[in-house]
Design a protein around this ligand. Structure first.
Ligand code: SF4
Length: 297
């Protein structure tokens, strides 16, 4: 039986990034975070870092991955689903799915664009797959392969690493958070249907061309009148109207004001990331759902 490969898959989000940084030098981070009494953990031997690229990620994600590669001193392999030249993997599969946009109920995108390229990459070798679900996320499951050769492990759960520790790792390592955190909290495709309304407004204001592209995917069936939209009920053409944008922004401002009134002192998140930390908390008030446990780690 060959020695297992050690594979860390990034989503471009904070937890998977912090996990790679943590596993790069576990004892240093344990000391820094005051995690004592744990069984010894050595740095990973010959780690493989991978990123499953849908072809429709944000440029902030690619920038962050480039910086992370420098920090880790090891390339992050970009894995992509097969697609004809000139077509993104997402567009290719959208055609195969006859234009049916993915949704939380029909999430073909995660399987085709993230899981299958990953499983093809690891093949039939024995693999230990490192996943960044934290100790304070007891209900989150994450990626568990059906392949018997892939063993999934959760170092953050094992070592009691919680959200505040993740922020500390990102800040103290000098990596910080990906720049999209200024307007959105989740990694993944620019049109991800898990986006909150305030994040769609963030896309509109920060990447208007991507917002237009996302809007172009939405359509109405001329025969049935049925609408295919990213959001549950609101087409992007309605959401982008100035009065609707103002309303969504006002609701975010109200949540921020509530947070400021009710807090006893600034949280670690707000201390470490004064510009975007509080906004991040307000987004969680808008919709606390953790989104996709594979794409948004
Ligand atoms: S980020 Fe969202 S749209 Fe993209 S693959 Fe993941 S679930 Fe699908």
């Amino acid at each position: 039986m060959p020695e297992p490969r050690h594979v860390v898959a990034f989503s471009g989000g904070k937890d998977s990034s912090a996990l790679a940084i943590y596993l790069h030098d576990p004892e240093r981070w344990r000391r820094a975070l005051g995690k004592t009494g744990l069984p010894p953990r050595a740095p990973l031997e010959a780690p493989e870092y991978v990123f499953c690229d849908t072809g429709t990620e944000l440029e902030e994600t690619y920038d962050y991955l480039n910086r992370l590669e420098t920090y880790l001193g090891t390339p992050i392999q970009r894995l992509a689903a097969d697609a004809p030249p000139g077509e993104t993997p997402f567009d290719h599969y959208l055609k195969l799915y006859r234009g049916f946009l993915p949704s939380p109920q029909m999430r073909w995108c995660t399987r085709k664009l993230k899981l299958e390229p990953y499983e093809r990459h690891v093949g039939d070798d024995p693999v230990i797959s490192y996943v960044g679900i934290r100790a304070d996320e007891p209900d989150r499951v994450g990626y568990i392969s059906t392949k018997p050769t892939i063993q999934t492990v959760f170092p953050f759960k094992e070592d009691g690493i919680v959200k505040e520790d993740v922020y500390r790792i990102l800040e103290d390592s000098g990596m910080g958070r990906p720049a999209y955190y200024d307007w959105r909290s989740r990694s993944g495709c620019y049109f991800c249907f898990f986006q909150r309304r305030s994040e769609w407004v963030g896309l509109l204001e920060n990447h208007p061309e991507l917002f237009e592209r996302a809007m172009a995917y939405e359509r109405e069936d001329p025969e049935t009148g049925e609408r295919y939209t990213w959001g549950d009920a609101e087409p992007l053409v309605d959401l982008k109207q100035p009065e609707r944008v103002a309303q969504i922004k006002q609701r975010t401002a109200d949540r921020l004001a509530r947070l400021e009134q009710t807090r006893v002192g600034p949280t670690l998140l707000a201390q470490l990331f004064p510009e975007s930390g509080l906004l991040d908390e307000a987004r969680d008030l808008e919709d606390p759902d953790a989104g996709c446990s594979i794409c948004h780690l």
